[in-house]
Ligand binder design. Sequence first.
Ligand SMILES: *[C@@H]1O[C@H](CO)[C@@H](O)[C@H](O)[C@H]1NC(C)=O
Ligand SMILES: *[C@@H]1O[C@H](CO)[C@@H](O)[C@H](O)[C@H]1NC(C)=O
Ligand SMILES: *[C@@H]1O[C@H](CO)[C@@H](O)[C@H](O)[C@H]1NC(C)=O
Length: 356
Amino acid sequence: MHWTGFARLIVPLWGLASATSSSISEQDVAAHVIYSYAGLEPPAHLFDLIRQGKVGGIIIFGENVNASLPATMQLFQDAYTEGTGRSGFPLLTMTDQEGGEVRRLSGGPELSAKEIGSAANPAQTAEDAGTVAGRLLREYNFNTNLAPVVDVFQSPANFLNAFNRSFSDSPEVVQTCAERFIAGEAAENVLSAAKHFPGLGGAGEANTDNEPVTIESDWETLQNVDMQPYQHLIAAEVPMIMCSWAIYPAVDADRPAGLSSKWIKDTLRGQMGFKGVTITDAIEAGSLARFGNDAQRGVLAAQAGMDLLLASGRNATQGEAIVDALMAALQDGTLDAEEFDAATGRISKLRKGITV
Ligand SMILES: *[C@@H]1O[C@H](CO)[C@@H](O)[C@H](O)[C@H]1NC(C)=O
Ligand SMILES: *[C@@H]1O[C@H](CO)[C@@H](O)[C@H](O)[C@H]1NC(C)=O
Ligand SMILES: *[C@@H]1O[C@H](CO)[C@@H](O)[C@H](O)[C@H]1NC(C)=O
């Protein structure tokens, strides 16, 4: 499979010497944080942070998009390469271009995941959608799409299915469509993030963006329905996985998956063997209300084994606060320096493989 190739070619340079908190720079820490901003005009402060190397990537929403956005995205990369804090690798530049209802950029894929999954030839239709998404992202100077949705809906009322965002209620169809969508994007040099591990298809009407969601599925259902497509995508070396903010008592009754080391370290990496990059859903999500402020949530997510933290609250101060909190947590030992360094290595390896 051609989209699996590049990850294997790069010799990992990290982890040769064991990291200590004092050997981890602010630039290394910043590589973990994805920033956002409000409106059409990015604030000058964000460009300053990029030049200083305090930004790992940018996520774009509909409110940021007009015909000047491709030029703006280039300005972000230029500020980074000309700045003092550069790593030599491009910034991660991402958006949610799933298809159907969820499209931030003007263009395709026009078909929703549901329409793709119910097409006469779902596999080819999914690959075509991935190609369309990949080409559009490239035209806009993006390198990463936070898609496809790999959630297997289990009731029609499911909040993702209500917007036609799930390919199917069949794990096999979801797996095939996701794999081919990712292949279509990879052929256009765009990274995909399969989401939302271990799966939001067992949820009802409540959305984790707004409120706490508990999914009571038993372990057997999680494994055989929700996680089955991930096992397949991991074998095919999917570059990124976004984790869910729902709570799954079958594995961890206290922490949402993206804040749970039982889910991320033990299950996703340990049991399922994922070696790519993990990314959180929105750190300001309503479902995390009881886990402190955004900076505290960022530290909890990093402790659980999350690599990239999504500061999507539409201001640059949110990302800055998270970088500062991660630095402090490394210094006082709240975060394990060696584990954090391994995560930085995964991110660098991912960024090294992208062309802007
Ligand atoms: C996009 O918005 C920015 C900020 O308002 C503006 O300067 C620019 O001219 C707009 N681009 C287009 C093509 O309308
Ligand atoms: C979902 O798809 C159905 C057709 O399959 C359509 O009637 C409905 O309007 C779509 N819903 C949304 C929110 O797009
Ligand atoms: C930035 O966004 C976060 C998350 O929505 C919010 O908590 C914070 O108050 C915002 N800060 C500013 C300065 O707007």
